[in-house]
Design a protein around this ligand. Structure first.
Ligand code: SF4
Ligand code: SF4
Length: 304
């Protein structure tokens, strides 16, 4: 099983399509998160993804990283990159790192703030140099601001020796209820996905499987997928709610780990009945769950 752990709802950025940066909602205390990690490991969890917010603003993050590794779990860090050089030495314990970059320098800095692009690229450079065993990838959010910057990102990925994982921006704000003014216009978004499919066939460093990209092309109207959530993955939110993916909006079901622990909350989840699925990483798992060979291969590679 893979568990995404939203370790904080605070961030040192305030991107235009996100409101998961202002610290609202009660964050899990260090001993509380430590206890949930113990439970996850006892349940056979193979991989945890520390995400946020910006995980590295959480004071006990490195302790929790060491704890998860000692428990036998592989850890991925999702980060905007800016604090990576400060904590570089301890980040060698990671199995993988996903650094957010949305496009070329003007595009990325317009969405995330001045200097954000250089900080993210530098984070990848220093990680690759210091810890070549850690698999580093770029995570690119496809928003109305970034459409058209795909080739610049692929060039950067080639230069840095990493791959890019593309994710459409939601119609709601990431982590919030407000509508997302930066959601990509559907026709332009589909043109961009067609371009990525072509580039993928040409061997470009694109992490998404072709079958998942083809599925995501249908967003926001793609048909329902069989969901492996509540079986193979789930999310522990910053306030200790356990849910399948946190992307379901009105279809969301959650149970608090504070009522009897993580295991109990996880086992209370029911099969998802979403009309569509748009979270690119979950689409990969669900495509593999549907026995798509390229998605299966991609997951097997990601797990190493
Ligand atoms: S998108 Fe990421 S970097 Fe930007 S505010 Fe949200 S959590 Fe922070
Ligand atoms: S959005 Fe996708 S991954 Fe999330 S619960 Fe729905 S079907 Fe499952």
């Amino acid at each position: 099983m893979v568990v995404s752990v939203v370790v904080t709802n605070r961030c040192n950025y305030s991107c235009g399509y996100c409101d998961r940066w202002d610290g609202r909602g009660e964050q899990m205390a260090p001993e509380e998160l430590a206890a949930y990690l113990d439970e996850m490991a006892a349940m056979g969890t193979r991989r945890v993804i520390f995400t946020g917010g910006e995980p590295l603003v959480r004071k006990d993050l490195l302790e929790r990283l060491d704890q998860a590794v000692a428990l036998g779990m592989k850890v991925q860090l999702n980060t905007n990159g800016v604090l990576v050089p400060r904590f570089l030495e301890r980040l060698g314990a990671l199995a993988s790192m996903m650094v957010s970059i949305d496009g070329d320098l003007p595009t990325h800095d317009r969405v995330r703030g001045p200097g954000a692009y250089d900080a993210a690229a530098e984070a990848i450079r220093v990680m690759r140099r210091a810890h070549p065993h850690v698999r580093v990838r770029i995570s690119a959010t496809m928003s109305s601001e970034s459409l058209g910057a795909e080739d610049a990102l692929l060039d950067l990925a080639r230069e840095l020796g990493v791959t890019v994982f593309f994710q459409p921006a939601e119609h709601r704000q990431l982590g919030g209820e407000g509508s997302n003014a930066l959601a990509p216009p559907t026709a332009r978004y589909r043109d961009a996905i067609d371009h990525l499919l072509l580039e993928k066939r040409r061997g470009a460093p694109i992490q998404n499987s072709a079958s998942a990209l083809a599925y995501l092309r249908g967003w926001p109207d793609a048909p329902a997928l069989p969901c492996a959530g509540a079986k193979l993955f789930c999310r522990l939110d910053h306030d200790a709610r356990v849910m399948i993916c946190g992307r379901m909006g009105e279809y969301e079901e959650s149970h608090s780990a504070r009522d009897g622990g993580f295991r109990r909350a996880f086992l209370s989840l029911h099969e998802a009945k979403c009309p569509t699925c748009w979270c690119a990483s979950r689409v990969e798992v669900n495509q593999a769950f549907a026995l798509r060979p390229d998605a299966l291969l991609g997951l097997a590679t990601a797990a190493t």
